[in-house]
Design a protein around this ligand. Sequence first.
Ligand code: TYD
Length: 209
Amino acid sequence: MTRGRFIALEGGEGTGKSTQAQLLAEALERRGLTVEVTREPGGTPGAEAIRSLLLHPPGEGWGAEAEALLFAAARADHVARRIRPALKAGRWIVCDRFVDSSRAYQGKAGGLGEQAIVALHQIGSHGLRPDLTLLIEVDEQTALHRIAARDGGGADAIGGRDPAYHRKVAQAFRSFAEADPAGFALIDGSGDPAQVHQRILRAIERLIS
Ligand code: TYD
């Protein structure tokens, strides 16, 4: 049994990751692969429970450290109970966000520092990395329009942070991709979903052949 492949989609809010994750999974299935689409935070019952704590925090909300630990805990469960078993069984994983979201949001924009996030990931998930990370980028105006259409102003605790925070997130993602060209593909997220999907199909050829 050959190991499955692990593809993560990353990017800020409103970049179209969830739509593209679905389209990608369908395309891979048409090629005869068995694919699981999943997301973070979430993907297992435990991690989904942590997701609601993170996105709709009780009381006054989480401090930066607690937030990072909760994301790492959700990821540890997701990796151990779902991602690693699927890959071992030869299934492909298409994951809407993974550890680079923690590096960008909690590490860079949230100020905890990247090393802390990498250390938590090492403890929680033994440092698992995707085989390929698709970084979907759109300009700020496009993202704002898409978010308004989707959330109608009712953003969650993290999505609702100020534009400076989200700008830092976008810059962080870009710097990760530039530092690791073999691990990332930069995807232009502008245009309609079918156009973006074509760009993604070109980018994943390197995993299929
Ligand atoms: P979600 O609704 O899935 O985001 P979107 O559809 O905008 O991609 O909510 C996930 C939120 O959690 C999003 O604001 C990004 C944030 N997040 C982190 O801050 N750190 C992480 O490690 C992950 C996985 C997500």
